[in-house]
Design a protein around this ligand. Sequence first.
Ligand code: ZN
Length: 228
Amino acid sequence: VLTWQQACGIDESHLTEISQNGSQSRLANIQVIKDLNTLLDSAKQQGHEITIISSFRSFERQLAIWNDKWMGHRPVFSRHGRPLNIDNMSDIERYKAIALWSALPGLSRHHWGTDFDIFSAHALKQGYQVELTPEEFSEKGICCELEKWLSENLSQYGFFRPYKNYNQGVAEEPWHISHKLTSTQIFETFDYKACKTHLASSEIKAKDFILDKLEHYQTQYFENFETE
Ligand SMILES: [Zn+2]
């Protein structure tokens, strides 16, 4: 189980580097490394080599992403990947548009080191530019074969996909996998109060509005995921 600082991405002592041949090193929770390597090795042996696109993200990194989107410095997309114009949006519309694809800093599962965004290594080797849209994992998508393999095999390696289907919260993210045992322990012991206090001391844009909405975020996004 993590301290609240580790669970909120402001302390990285629960992490270690994952060796991914050739590409830049990434961080993952020490407790999931063995299962992650078994998953990656088995997938590769069965012809479905996986590349990790994103793993651990710090509070500061998540804050920068969130604030950039809030300010319009980084594109915001609809559920189907269409770019949205947030200029004329109210605070609540803006919050909902961003929360669809980006977690509030402190409340991202990527802080835990148990969650990874993955993609077909084969597609990347061909020079394909990753978008991370549901279409890429659909029947005609570039990750179609990987999708089939994940559906049939992922759970036996101790992982699941919390955002496999859209349920009025986070968008459908078939590429997002999570280590079941470790992430469940972290989720169940999560300290919302400490997280809120830290968020209140941060540089988040529209802070008063966001702090007001935190309970809504908790139920609608943070606690709204599939467990199988
Ligand atoms: Zn993700």
